[in-house]
Design a protein around this ligand. Structure first.
Ligand code: GDP
Ligand code: IMO
Ligand code: MG
Length: 423
């Protein structure tokens, strides 16, 4: 039995989905532990190409139980759309479950997200506008509904009534239209009809899984730099993508996690606002975007691109207690003669920081300290073992591993399932 948390080690979109799809071929259970349909986890396999938003990336293995965990915010409408698209591609959804304790995201959360972003003026967060912040805010304020409420119609109506009193006041202040309670009840009735049979108490399932020594994967969304507590606040999401939250969000005791795999691109990208020290505005940045096809899987926005950030990875590895790295998109660097790695941040007073992330206002002012590495100028797309990699690529990966302070477990050299190997 192994319980493995798979977490994003940068600003999101590191390739978590494809790593989970690969590992899920041998997993009994995959649980998404936080986030909502702001995620876009791309998986390419025999079922085609899918950008998963809420459904765990282990769904392509029909023998794997896939659970949307308690730490998630679930938009039932969007979940149903995703289910429909997977079913159309021949994917079996018999083993898809939703925690009854997961928060429910309703259409007014999306409206609030858009209005709140508008109200921030120039200082926007650049959210995905999926309603994630407002849904988690309602959860924390205890005005939210849970997926399990769908199974208790009278309770649900009472809870909706209670929620809408506050929601409608907020909407009025922000210039939105009030929500009609009856319409919401009817919408929830259709959600109950379509999803009710999948809403479960995950505790007996997880107890049983531990008893039978199942292999369990805990799927994170986004990455540590957008963590609510440890990221570049306020330009963060409203949950915790770090491994410390994996057990809680999945519904497992904290001490059962055996491995924490940090997923990192061989360079850096970010979507949305906030400081991103190694961002490139030159031809190299453009080249990374073009070769890496760096456009958001959920919003289609062009991703900001830059060199690998060794300070951020050290921070991410320590904070998550990572046991190994999964390095993705190595092939994107095939065409670069010189590749840079950031090994420190120079503050305006000349001090160089290496062992933590400065506060957001300072992070805006740092200058990255770079070292240069020779590129390999040959295709890695066909490499299937460590020894297949050009020696310059091995040296580059060694350096990334050294900066993280942990070993490398996996390397990927293309988006397809088989373009990946264990080290
Ligand atoms: P996630 O949100 O962490 O699952 O990552 P995304 O799916 O948002 O972004 C990763 C993108 O890179 C997707 O388009 C993947 O198909 C693609 N990708 C993943 N690994 C590799 C790789 O090794 N090489 C290349 N070229 N593309 C990759
Ligand atoms: P995956 O799981 C990249 C970013 C948004 C914004 C901030 C807050 O595919 O890696 P939110 O909508 O969560 O309130 O937005 O977080 N963001 C992501 N960036 N990948 C994602 O998911 C993201 N989910 C949110 O751009 O900066
Ligand atoms: Mg993504």
């Amino acid at each position: 039995m192994t319980v493995t948390a798979i977490v994003g080690a940068q600003w999101g979109d590191e390739g978590k989905g494809r790593i989970i799809d690969y590992l899920a071929q041998k997993a009994d259970v995959v649980i998404r532990f936080q986030g909502g349909d702001n995620a876009g986890h791309t998986v390419i396999n025999q079922h085609g190409k899918h950008a998963l938003h809420l459904i765990p990336s282990g769904i392509f293995n029909p023998a794997t139980q896939n659970i949307i965990g308690t730490g998630c915010v679930v938009n039932p409408q969007s979940l149903l759309g995703e289910m429909e698209s997977l079913t159309a591609s021949g994917v079996n959804l018999d083993n898809l479950w939703i925690s009854s304790r997961a928060a429910m995201l309703l259409p007014y959360h999306r409206t609030l997200d858009v209005l709140e972003e508008g109200a921030r003026g120039k200082d926007t967060i650049g959210t995905t506008k999926r309603g994630i912040g407002p849904a988690y805010a309602d959860k924390a304020a205890r005005t939210g509904l849970r997926m399990g409420d769908l199974l208790h119609p009278e309770w649900l109506e009472m809870r909706l009534d209670n929620a809408l009193t506050t929601v409608n006041r907020k909407l009025e202040i922000l210039g939105g239209e009030p929500v009609d309670g009856q319409e919401m009840v009817e919408l929830c009735t259709t959600f109950r009809e379509k999803l009710g049979g999948r809403i479960v108490d995950t505790v007996p399932m997880m107890r049983r899984s531990l008893e039978i020594k199942a292999d369990i994967l805990l799927e994170g969304q986004l990455g540590v730099m957008r963590d609510l507590d440890w990221g570049i606040y306020p330009y963060v999401t409203s949950s915790n993508p770090t491994a410390s939250y994996a057990a809680s969000g999945a519904g497992l005791p904290a001490r059962v996690i055996d491995r924490v795999v940090g997923v990192v691109k061989a360079y850096s990208t970010a979507v949305g606002e906030g400081p991103f020290p190694t961002e490139l505005f030159d031809a190299d940045g453009q080249k990374l975007r073009e070769i890496g096809q760096e456009f958001g899987a959920t919003t289609g926005r062009p991703r900001r691109c830059g060199w690998f950030d060794g300070v951020a990875i050290g921070y991410a590895a320590w904070l998550n207690g990572m046991t190994g790295l999964a390095i993705t998109k190595l092939d994107v660097l095939d065409a670069f003669e010189t590749i840079k790695i950031c090994t420190g941040y120079r503050l305006p007073n000349g001090e160089i920081i290496k062992d933590s992330m400065p506060a957001t206002p300072l992070l805006h002012q740092v200058t990255p300290v770079y070292e240069s590495w020779a590129g390999w100028l040959s295709s890695t797309a066909g490499c299937r073992t460590w020894d297949d990699l050009p020696k310059e690529a091995r040296a580059y990966i060694h350096r990334l591993s050294e900066l993280a302070g942990i070993k490398v477990d996996y390397v990927s050299v293309g988006p397809e399932r088989e373009q990946m190997f264990a080290v």
